[in-house]
Design a protein around this ligand. Structure first.
Ligand SMILES: [Fe+2]
Length: 346
């Protein structure tokens, strides 16, 4: 068996492969690590057949949908998952065949209603049901402390105590544990009476995870994150450095149109000399009259360099093949002490 654990901060993903057939499954992948997963699979000579989320994540951005599109393989989640992009829903007691490997599904609600653990030979991928020295929280949408109690004490903790525990989160870089060790030392497992356990889970007062709203929105709907939108746009355009632009403006390069896509107030307060104003919100509707020559080189900028990347990508999509985004924005331009002009252009 080939088994790779990939950490993204505290989030853990797993690439599991059969060395006889070269088939593999990827579990709980995170969007920023797509290149790493694909490179790891290639390094081991594996082909990924399944993309699995152990539950709807509230604290990181799942890569299953994006990878499914690229690899043309199914996304798998528990039957209770609401995500519309899931191709195959599985339930307790079922198995996925990954070459000669058997991934056995255990339905373990509690952290979320759609949580499952996956048993694989001598190990258990516990998702956020059981962590090393902790458990998943139960105070986020669809969480249920009593259900978590049952999933732990009446289910996975009754399995072979020697099973290795590989969780979906590990903030202290411990890697893995065993059921036996967790039963003995995990502070959350010392309340073995249901009422006391539920009361403890209700009194944890945990802070909200960062990106909660965006993670739930994208993981439940299959929509894109802001970072994903920016990275897609950034791969469709080329960029020009501020120094390069400054020297081209100084040499009065002919044909270069500098386009400010911020709002009018910001433009009037100070813009790159000679820049034309066309706010991002009006770009598509005014582009025909404002930029009649699609062969002209257009350099787009905004305040921070993000909106301008999106705008330049839109322009390229509309046929402005020489649209370029500024690597930086007006804020950095001002900080660098480069020339700016207030008021309107003639
Ligand atoms: Fe989670």
């Amino acid at each position: 068996m080939i088994f790779e654990q990939v950490a993204t901060g505290g989030c853990q993903s797993y690439l599991v492969g059969c060395d006889v057939s070269c088939a593999a499954a990827l579990i709980d992948p995170e969007i920023s690590q797509i290149d790493r997963y694909l490179a790891l699979a290639t390094r081991h000579g594996l082909r990924i057949h399944f993309l699995i989320d152990t539950h709807t994540h509230a604290d990181h951005f799942s890569a299953t949908q994006e990878l499914a599109r690229r690899l043309e393989v199914p996304v798998i989640m528990h039957r209770q998952s609401r995500a519309p992009f899931v191709d195959m829903r599985v339930d307790d007691g079922e198995m996925l065949l990954v070459g000669d490997l058997r991934l056995r599904v255990l339905y373990t609600p509690g952290h979320t209603r759609d949580s499952m653990c996956l048993q694989l030979a001598d190990r258990l991928l516990t998702g956020d049901t059981l962590l090393i020295g902790g458990t998943g929280r139960t105070d986020l949408p669809t969480g249920d402390a009593a259900a978590l109690y049952d999933s732990l004490f009446n289910r996975i903790l009754k399995l072979d105590p020697r099973l290795l525990v590989y969780p979906a989160h590990d903030y202290k870089k411990q890697g893995h544990s065993t059921l036996e060790r967790e039963l003995a030392t995990n502070p959350r497992l010392q309340k073995r009476e249901r009422g006391a356990f539920v009361e403890m889970m209700g009194s944890l007062n945990l802070g909200m995870p960062t990106h909660l709203t965006e993670a739930l929105r994208t993981n439940m709907s299959g929509g894109k994150t802001v970072a994903h939108m920016l990275s897609e746009a950034g791969s469709k355009v080329s960029f020009m450095s501020m120094e390069e632009l400054k020297s081209r403006l100084e040499s009065e390069e002919r044909g270069l149109l500098v386009l400010d896509v911020r709002e009018r107030d910001a433009y009037l307060e100070g813009h790159i000399p000679g820049a034309k104003l066309l706010p991002r919100g009006q770009l598509e509707l005014r582009v025909n009259q404002e930029l009649p020559d699609p062969t002209r080189r257009v350099l787009v900028y905004c305040d921070l360099g993000k909106v301008s990347t999106l705008a330049a990508a839109t322009l390229r999509e509309m046929g402005y093949a020489r649209a370029v985004a500024l690597d930086g924005g007006m804020v950095a331009w001002s900080d660098a002490g480069y020339p700016e002009k207030a008021g309107a252009e003639p």
